[in-house]
Design a protein around this ligand. Structure first.
Ligand SMILES: *Cc1c(COP(=O)(O)O)cnc(C)c1O
Length: 457
């Protein structure tokens, strides 16, 4: 465990971690040896750890914090609701004002024709709900054999059994005998990593056509839905070529297959529009939401359902599915306040018109760095590809986990930037200012320089 602690409590907390805490997505032995960094407070776009170090949070918590840390209005909304009605369920013919107000508010900001919301406690539960609701929909229509859901390799849809199965993370499938039956995967539209000699536009068409091929393989009368993130987040901020979504839309319409957008990251302003589907002009039948819905202050997720799907399940009798915390009143009150702030302070408009163009311009300046093969981004999302050879896109792979080296330097220099393999990714809070963007890019360049020094030995 880390030995140069200034604060003796750091050591004590790390010992508690070692003795009692099983952390998500962690190598327990490594975590015990190194000890976790203990984050103790936050304000705006900054975190502080137990050693008093100030860190610029380039990942918005975990893609969550839209309105920034330390918003008193959200604290007030939660405590007011806790005093009035801290909990009641929404099962068995009951409801409460916050859940109804929130459903109405989400319908106002969602794309046209998406007016119904099923609430969950997380994004994973939203996708589990999607799987059951989509199969229920086709059963109600007299086509119960339309069950297969097509998803993408290296997509991320959560960590429950259905979420991890829908996701295309091989290392997740390996644990627990996943995916479950009825879920199949197609290649991702990741030109930089997998495009080979094709142009991005050619590759976008090729990747979209994989959907048609999979539909024909499974049989169109067996395929219920296609699920995808507008921009893959956890997979490495993968932005499809411009040719991709129009072709996907054509294919889905041709074979009468439901389109599910997993908006858990892209939703609530991350792309400079309310939803990633708005950014691309997609018209999904269902959308999974979480993260930015409450800015992460309390857990909440959900599934937005179009009128087209609702009208069918409305005639379908009981939908035998739900969670104790579906529409939790405190989470609903916080989500309502979060959306009020996003709207009244015109945060998404500001992202689109000012801060995202500035972030994207500043980030692209890093493309001249000897280690950087590509810089890409949309809105408040960005990715920096680390390569051995800028021209050929050759990786360091095997020789050196260069992404982890870079992440280590960021960690030590007051910046949270995540490594997905050799891709560095950022998704700062939507309220990040120009000055803070300057600081982010300056720190990122410093860390790239330090990484290059290590790589050269
Ligand atoms: C985080 C995430 C999920 C899972 O949400 P949880 O709240 O962690 O269950 C699902 N889809 C996408 C795109 C995500 O980024």
């Amino acid at each position: 465990m880390s030995s140069q602690s200034k604060n003796p409590q750091t050591r004590q907390w790390q010992e508690l971690s070692q003795r009692h805490h099983l952390a998500p997505f962690s190598d327990y032995k490594q975590l015990s040896e190194q000890g976790p960094r203990i984050i103790t407070k936050a304000e705006g776009v900054y975190l502080w750890d137990s050693e008093g170090e100030k860190i610029l949070d380039g990942m918005a918590g975990l893609w969550c914090i839209a309105v920034g840390y330390g918003r008193e209005e959200l604290v007030e909304a939660a405590s007011k609701q806790m005093r009035e009605l801290p909990f009641y369920n929404t099962f068995f013919m009951t409801a409460h004002p916050p859940v109804l107000e929130l459903a109405k508010t989400i319908a106002e900001i969602a794309p046209a024709g998406m007016n119904h919301v099923f609430f969950t406690g997380s994004g994973s539960e939203g996708n589990d709900t999607m799987l059951r609701l989509v199969r229920h929909y086709w059963a109600c229509k007299g086509q119960p054999e339309k069950k297969v859901i097509i998803s993408r390799l290296n997509g991320y849809h959560g960590s429950t059994v259905a979420g991890a199965s829908l996701g295309g993370m091989k290392y997740m499938h390996e644990q627990g005998d996943l995916p479950i039956p009825g879920i199949v995967h197609i290649p991702q539209p990741y030109w930089f990593g997998e495009g080979g000699d094709m142009s991005p536009e050619e590759f976008g068409i090729w990747a979209a056509d994989q959907l048609e091929q999979k539909i024909l393989e499974a049989g169109a009368d067996k395929v219920a839905a296609f699920i995808a993130e507008p921009i893959q987040g956890a997979g490495g901020v993968i932005i499809p070529p411009d040719s991709y979504w129009p072709r996907i839309r054509e294919i889905l319409a041709k074979y009468d297959i439901l389109f599910v957008a997993d908006e858990v990251i892209c939703g609530f302003g991350r792309t400079g529009e309310w939803f990633g589907s708005d950014y691309y002009g997609n018209a999904p039948d269902l959308m999974t939401i979480a993260k930015g819905l409450t800015s992460g202050y309390v857990p909440m997720g959900g599934l937005i359902v179009s009128d087209k799907v609702f009208e069918v399940i409305n005639e379908g009798g009981d939908f035998n599915h739900g969670f104790t915390y579906s529409g939790h009143p405190v989470a609903a009150a916080v989500a309502l306040e979060n959306i009020r702030i996003l709207r009244e302070e015109k945060i998404i408009e500001k992202v689109k018109a000012e801060t995202a163009p500035y972030l994207q311009k500043r980030l692209r300046e890093l493309a001249d760095h000897p280690l950087v093969g590509e810089v890409r981004g949309v809105g408040m999302l960005g990715a920096i590809e680390l390569v051995k050879n800028k021209q050929t896109r050759e990786r360091f792979s095997g020789e050196l986990a260069v992404g982890m080296v870079c992440r280590g330097h960021c960690f030590a220099n007051g910046l949270v930037m995540r490594a997905v393999g050799d891709t560095m990714i950022i998704a700062p809070p939507l309220v990040i200012s120009r000055e803070e963007i300057d600081e982010l890019v300056t720190k990122a360049r410093l860390c790239l320089d330090l990484t290059a020094r290590d790589v050269q030995g």
